[in-house]
Design a protein around this ligand. Structure first.
Ligand SMILES: Nc1ncnc2c1ncn2[C@@H]1O[C@H](COP(=O)(O)OP(=O)(O)OP(=O)(O)O)[C@@H](O)[C@H]1O
Ligand SMILES: [Mg+2]
Length: 368
């Protein structure tokens, strides 16, 4: 293998490779705290059998990995998709750990120039796992380079400029690409087609989240009883990252205002302080529902308008708030925009204005 080729890249040495990489999601929630990134790393499951929930993805992935192991080849490329905090990054690390392979980490936005990607690709050793987080945000030239790399383990490096430029094909080591995305819909067809396996991560059940909370409490040395676990799990929006975060906030409260151990009462009192309601909706979720009902009469309203109304970016509202609000049956995405369901009005303690057409129906035909 030739590893001395990075000078063909455009000086992309500084890109990627930092394993401390965290996605922007950490800054989005009203509960986000700085300096807790390390804790998140501590709580990350390391092996497939430590990974709670996602039975379908786990089983499928187990087969993909085991069969590759038996054949002695790197497994097919793996795409992991799903809302933030469900364990995509953790799963990517686990793929490498289960294969006993090294993992190189980068992200779509970091691969602005194809040269950056060429440098990474040509530095891979046989069997390495290359993890590209937020792969839907990869720039076009890098994406096109990735096609060839994924399919033929080759990169075409362009040397020189203008009419004298030549393209030199370079062989790269057989590797496994693991891509993660919160929006698989915005992946281009050709890229999606080159993944041999797509794991669609689902929201976790309350029972699974109880296990997540219990596991984290054990690792962090927090005393918590069954009811305490259940209370936190039920307010975690189906998301392990949120479960772990709420546990830490409840722990703070337990230490300062109670005897340090977490019961249902302590958890309830603590989550009240942190503005997390019984359904686990935080301030931003409630702001979205509030704007949708109070300011826009229940919709339909476009997501960008809604985002402006709550002072957030459309992407955040769409990828962070909406998936759970839809799943909780409070918000519907219709072709004409976002619509509040009766459950949303009820949750906010509001009564829908009288005489409104049933919004879950095909409103296009209402005008008759
Ligand atoms: N199945 C699980 N069991 C236990 N803990 C989990 C599980 N999945 C996720 N976690 C916890 O949730 C945290 C967030 O997971 P992770 O970073 O893998 O999510 P993600 O899907 O990559 O999120 P993002 O889209 O924001 O990058 C981890 O640090 C880990 O502690
Ligand atoms: Mg991640």
């Amino acid at each position: 293998m030739d590893h001395e080729v990075t000078e063909f890249g455009t000086g992309g040495h500084e890109t990627g490779y930092e394993t401390g990489y965290e996605t922007a999601d950490e800054t989005l929630s009203a509960l986000a705290q700085t300096g807790e990134g390390d804790l998140e790393t501590t709580l990350r499951p390391r092996r497939l059998d430590e990974f709670v929930g996602q039975p379908r993805v786990r089983e499928q992935l187990e087969l993909v990995l085991e069969s590759a192991r038996r054949r002695g080849v790197p497994p097919d490329h793996v795409l992991l998709s799903g809302p933030p905090g469900l364990g995509k990054t953790s799963m990517a690390m686990i793929v490498a750990a289960e294969l006993g392979a090294a993992i190189r980490i980068t992200s779509g936005p970091a691969l602005e120039r194809a040269g950056d990607l060429a440098a990474m690709l040509s530095n891979l050793a046989p069997g390495d796992v290359l993890f590209i987080d937020e792969i839907h945000r990869i720039a076009r030239p890098a994406e096109e380079m990735l096609y060839l790399a994924m399919e033929d383990f080759r990169v075409d490096v362009v040397v020189g400029k203008g009419p004298g430029a030549t393209s030199i094909p370079l062989e790269i080591a057989p590797f496994t690409l693991v891509g993660a995305t919160t929006r698989s819909g915005s992946l281009t067809g050709p890229l999606r087609d080159r993944f041999g396996f797509t794991g669609q991560m689902e929201f976790y059940s309350d029972a699974e989240l109880e296990l997540v909370v219990r596991r984290a409490a054990t690792i962090l040395g927090i005393g918590i009883d069954r009811d305490g676990c259940a209370e936190i799990a039920g307010r975690s929006r189906g998301t392990p990252r949120i479960a772990n975060r709420l546990l830490r906030r409840v722990r703070d409260y337990a230490e300062v205002r109670a005897d340090g151990s977490v019961t249902r009462e302590v958890a309830r009192a603590a989550l009240k302080v942190y503005d997390v309601d019984e359904l686990g909706l935080d301030r931003l979720d409630r702001a979205v529902l509030g704007a949708l009902t109070r300011s826009f009469g229940g919709g339909p309203v476009g997501v960008s308008t809604l985002a402006v109304a709550v002072g957030e970016e459309a992407g955040t509202v769409e990828e962070v708030c909406e998936p759970y609000l839809v799943r909780a049956g409070m918000l519907a995405r219709t072709p004409r925009g976002r619509v509040a369901t009766p459950a949303a009005w009820e949750h906010l303690g509001l009564v829908p204005p009288p005489g409104r057409p049933d919004q879950s129906g095909p409103t296009l035909f209402d005008q008759g």
